[in-house]
Design a protein around this ligand. Structure first.
Ligand code: F6P
Length: 421
């Protein structure tokens, strides 16, 4: 089996560990492993130049090891030591002479991914790809995979990326029929690639996917936020100030809520459970006043970026700051943590989780048949799980729908029935 792995959507710590795990376990299970650069964008663009496999001289000990193991490395070698532009811009040449120009789907060997679990972001690049949302784009993607003989795909990304994966699989029979009708693939290729095996791993700092306890990258982002709040705490206490922190999470309040619990915040705004009082400003001020009266020298309020009131009006950090300054007379500052939450070295759990899930992904691909659904690899109560991808995506969408319908109790129970209630 030829497995390709791609990362898609917003990057998250642990995505490199996913690639490492899929490549290494894939090879150990007898598969050929490939990476697709720049997410679905790379799938759509494919390879426009002939592939020249990297042939290292056997005097090189690493090359000798490769030769012994029968694992041929690729032009991908050294990439992690290279310029980030190599990954970003397919028109640049690799400094050691091997060109990545026009090549988005490249073979990856065992050594290519060595040490990748300690690296932040995603070394193979990611993109939010519009073209893949069209059937034309998916047709190009299918053609590019078939041209390389790839019959299995691991997608690591958030719910949008995984929805794309499921659409791709559902449409696959139509796509290969069209490619055959257009004379782009042969009868033999059509027969050989009748079934696309797809598995999804959830890479997102937001922890917003249903049917899994944790998404890859969320623990690291939470750690980053906690460290930032620890730093702010000391300066806040020194001046007896209030700080309003805006944290990421899109429509999900997990980062805000857990950061608040981990740092002893005074008030937290999350989308799934807006403040009940009307106006909510009274509730906020009473709570903060009470905390000050019992002797707190500082105030920390965390606002999830998707926070809103019970009428779905956005709650902005700047506005919360004005409320605290004007109504309570607190010297208040706003800190938006932004992308510092997303980058940097993965914490231990964001190495362990993708490593175990990568192994499960390869297993699921090897066991996949035309009758089995595409799976999402999750984790529940410390056990690696497989759940039908589409069910998880549908459940995630149900949370968003419940919020839009102002059914916040339902949103909370769908988000994480056991933990958040
Ligand atoms: O989904 C991850 C995430 O970091 C969200 O928390 C945030 O809303 C969004 O991506 C930011 O996206 P971008 O990096 O494209 O600005």
């Amino acid at each position: 089996m030829k497995i390709a792995v791609l990362t898609s959507g917003g990057d998250s710590a642990g995505m490199n560990a996913v690639v490492r795990s899929v490549v290494k376990i894939g090879i150990l299970r007898g598969c050929e492993t490939w990476i697709v650069r720049e997410g679905y964008e790379g799938l759509v663009r494919g390879n426009t130049q002939d592939y020249v496999p990297y042939e290292a001289p056997l005097a090189d000990p690493i090359a000798a090891k490769r030769a012994r193991g029968g694992v041929k490395s690729t032009i991908f070698e050294n990439l992690r030591f290279g310029d980030g532009d190599l990954l970003r811009d397919g028109t640049l040449d690799h400094p050691n002479g091997r060109s990545l120009k026009g090549r988005y789907i490249v073979r990856a060997g065992f050594d290519d991914v060595r040490g990748w679990f300690a690296e932040g972001g995603t070394l193979i690049g990611t993109a939010r790809c519009k073209a893949f949302r069209t059937q034309e784009g998916r047709l190009a993607g299918a053609h590019n995979l078939i041209k390389e003989g790839i019959d299995a795909l691991v997608v690591c990304g958030g719910d949008g990326s995984l929805t794309g994966a499921d659409v791709f699989r559902a449409e696959w029979p139509t796509l290969i029929d069209t490619l055959l009708a257009q004379g782009l693939i042969t009868q033999e290729q059509h027969a050989k690639h009748g079934h696309l095996r797809i598995v999804g791993l959830v890479g997102s700092i937001d922890n917003d996917m249903s049917m899994t306890d944790l998404t890859i990258g969320a623990p690291t982002a939470l750690q980053r936020i906690c460290e930032a709040i620890d730093n702010i705490n000391s300066t806040a206490a020194s001046h007896s100030r209030a700080f309003v922190l805006e944290v990421m999470g899109r429509h999900c309040g997990w980062l805000a809520l857990l950061a608040g619990v981990s740092t002893g915040a005074d008030f937290i705004f999350i989308p799934e459970q807006p403040p009940q009082a009307n106006p909510w400003e009274d509730e906020l001020c009473e709570e903060i006043k009470r905390h000050r009266e019992i002797g707190k020298r500082k105030t920390i309020v965390i606002v999830a970026e998707g926070a809103h009131d019970a009428n779905l009006q956005p709650i902005r950090a700047e506005y919360v700051k004005d409320v605290l300054s004007e109504r309570l007379g607190l010297d208040t500052r706003v800190t938006t943590l932004g992308h510092t939450q997303r980058g940097g070295r993965p914490c231990a759990f964001d190495r362990i989780l993708p490593t175990l899930q990568g192994e499960e992904a390869v297993k699921a691909l090897l066991e996949s048949t035309p009758d089995t659904p595409s799976y999402m690899i999750g984790v529940r109560e410390n056990k690696i799980t497989r759940v039908p991808l589409m069910e998880a995506v549908a459940m995630t969408k149900a949370v968003a729908d419940a919020i839009t319908a102002k059914d916040f109790a339902k949103a909370m129970s769908l988000r994480d029935p056991e933990f958040l209630q």
